[in-house]
Design a protein around this ligand. Sequence first.
Ligand SMILES: [Zn+2]
Length: 482
Amino acid sequence: MATAAAIRTEARAGFQPAFAGAEACSRLREELSDPVLRSSAAFAGAEACSASSRKASRSLTMFFGNLDRLRNTLVWVCERVPFYRQRLLEAGVDPARLDSESLRRIPVLRKADLVRSQREQPPFGELLAVGREAFSSLHTSPGPIFIPRIAEERGGTAALVEEIEAMGVRRGDIAHVTLNYHIMPGGLRIHRAFEEFGCLVINGGVGNTEMQVKVARAWGATVYAGTPSFLRQIGVVAKELGLDTRKDLPYRLGFSTAEKLTPELREELDDTFGIELFDHIGEAQIGPVAGECRAHAGMHLSANDLFFEFLDPVSGEPTEAGGVGELVASHLGPRGLPLIRYAPGDAYRLRAGGCSCGNPAPRVDFFGQVGGIRKIKGVLVHPIAVADLIASHAGLGRFQIVVEHRSGESFERATLRIAAEDPTLLLEARRSVLEAALSNAARSTLLIGMEIELVRPEEIPEAAAGPAFAEAIVESKSPVLS
Ligand SMILES: [Zn+2]
């Protein structure tokens, strides 16, 4: 059970407890008499209290961040951006009185809306909050989306500095940044954060692997920042140059981003370098989203300058702890191009419970892009998760899940059909063993029971293949009972 002190800690940190039951609410009300709490303006639980007393024992709003700061930001934005002023007017939302329920009436802004706005009113679209003379830098992300930044925006630096500290980086560490510094914001953003933290930073950038190996060795780089696949490439090239990767490249810690960090890759890179890797996820427009701590059990949300909501990709309802939700983020504080209720199209699983490191910020795992997600038997499934499951068995190719509603049955059936690239897998003796193993794996990792069918490759359409997975999950053509 949460103690008053724990609740105060969470409220100060700007996070609403995952479950704000009636008992917690009365305690939270008592805490309002705490002058530190009142002045911290970091209290996101008040609205949840009134609503949770209506909805009894259900957690109402899975939002994380500082609602007072969001309110102030919305007032600031509506004074400057006619687009948002109109949006809130149409939704009947007074920014100065924003609460968790009126927040949900503000329409979600999608990446496509942002691209369209900038195409129609080039170059910056209709969301600018300041004149061009106030810009201090200009980033670009694929789309293209132009992201002007004003001098007072820290551009995610504060959140990254916290993540760097949580990794165990020390002042004076030598950080080798191998993210792209060209056009995109990633390299410069992490470079600034390492510099601000007190590291000596090498602006490696991408490519030129042999030169990067020489530079990292000459400087004795102790921290790596970049994709895990490029770190692996550094190891390959270093060995070709006759170096001992553990002695000649003294990387101790690694900030891994922009790619999936699988357990296998983590282990392989640790074997090569003796490096402890920390997974991180960020997004070009909104900045750092979440990063791992030393417990390596999910990534903590970085809510310094962002307000997070997670919504069920199918129902649009707030996601509860343990569930999967689409990220909807709002900037906090003045921005050149403020984004309010912005959905980049990514879904995360919210971990339940606290972290052993003591950081009260909720933990998430990246789940996948929202477009590919389907609900099967009431469980959200992403084709990438299925592809990962299948990839751990040799000789298998693309797959297709056929969802079927049979007449007279109240539950869906799902059949996972997988192409056997190795024809010997279709021999009865091998087939039944493999199908049973895959069925168990689906039950334990995807959390649903599925029939498994190994088939010849031509039976699975090309359109089911990744990365688009357009036909990876389909409805059965048999009669549907609705
Ligand atoms: Zn932690």
